[in-house]
Design a protein around this ligand. Structure first.
Ligand code: ES4
Ligand code: ZN
Length: 326
């Protein structure tokens, strides 16, 4: 069996995926036409050519602009169905997907429109691919605490369909401490907690995510490695890191894939996983991420199997279901 087929065939959970980041240029054009929205690009190729980023903010500006074509429940359903179809082809059997409600409610799209469409896509994935999935509602950290509380309130009728809250968008200047109270409120409602930290932000932001947010899972976490005490702590508590190699390359978190720290993470005893983050923008889905980092860092099949195993251990599936996937 080729390495390519081994990676595709390895059953995997995807734990770090922004559904808005799976909007492919082809679907962006189709939705722009369907909704009579003009986008500042003439062709699909022109869109792809614009995906050349120097940092996180460069990317976010284009990502929020792209999301404008998403208007109706059907649009969100189509977006989710396209992602789940593509993920199924890559051997994903369980996906915990993030969505950013504020990206949509702030431009007049109802919370219910967004979530009803995503839930319809999730039901379709279960029917057609036997793929299970969960929803993570992510707060935009460049907005204030009050806006995050309003989002949590808007989610109230849907809380039985939301597993976790997350924290994403511009990291630098927006430390986890800004959201300590809203995360505590989410915890009080029985939600799990995840946060992006240590992507561009310093190790202290990871420490804040642990101490002030009480996260169950760490999104990215790359810069934790700069602090040996923090790294040892993450290993000791069995914290799952949702690492995204192609994202790290495209957003210049690493200079070259040959410098990606995935094997250093595993060697340090961290429960690292491989994920695709925003696959339509970063040039690949989950299996492409496994392949890119395996090639660049010389991972063998044992390493790859460990990364896939970690993805189930780090999921929010109940223990008996996790055990069936191991
Ligand atoms: C994101 Cl890669 C990344 N980092 C922070 N926020 C995000 N939202 C979507 N992708
Ligand atoms: Zn992310």
């Amino acid at each position: 069996m080729t390495d390519h087929d081994f990676i595709t065939g390895l059953p995997k959970a995807e734990l770090h995926l922004h559904i808005e980041g799976s909007l492919e240029p082809e679907l962006m054009f189709a939705l722009a036409e369907r909704n009579r929205i003009t986008i500042p690009f003439a062709t699909v190729e022109a869109v792809r050519a614009a995906y050349d980023f120097s940092n996180l903010q460069d990317f976010l500006d284009i990502y929020y602009a792209g999301a404008n074509v998403l208007q109706t429940e059907q649009d969100f359903r189509d977006l989710a169905v396209a992602y789940f179809d593509r993920a199924a082809a890559d051997g994903v059997v369980h996906a915990e997907i993030m969505f950013d409600p504020q990206t949509h409610t702030d431009r007049g799209i109802a919370f219910g429109t967004v979530i009803a469409g995503l839930l319809a896509g999730m039901a379709d994935a279960e029917t057609r691919h036997s793929m299970t999935s969960k929803l993570i509602m992510s707060f935009l950290r460049h907005l204030d605490e009050e806006a995050a509380f309003a989002t949590l309130a808007a989610a109230e009728p849907w809380l039985d369909r939301i597993d976790a809250v997350g924290l994403d968008s511009s990291e630098l200047g927006h430390p986890p401490e800004k959201f300590a109270r809203v995360f505590a409120a989410a915890r009080g409602k029985g939600l799990r907690l995840v946060a992006h930290a240590g992507e561009e932000g310093p190790p202290d932001y990871v420490r804040q995510a642990l101490d002030l947010l009480d996260i169950d899972r760490l999104d990215h976490g790359n810069r934790s490695l700069e602090d040996p005490v923090l790294t040892a702590r993450l290993a000791r508590i069995g914290m799952t890191l949702t690492v995204c190699p192609l994202s790290n390359l495209k957003l210049c978190v690493v200079r070259d894939m040959a410098e990606h720290p995935i094997d250093r993470m595993l060697k340090a005893g961290l429960r690292a996983t491989i994920n695709s983050d925003d696959p339509a923008y970063f040039g690949g889905y989950i299996a492409d991420n496994y392949r890119a980092v395996a090639m660049a860092r010389g991972l063998d099949r044992n390493d790859l199997a460990l990364l896939a195993r970690n993805s189930f251990l780090g999921s929010f599936l109940p223990d008996d279901v996790v055990a069936k996937h191991l």
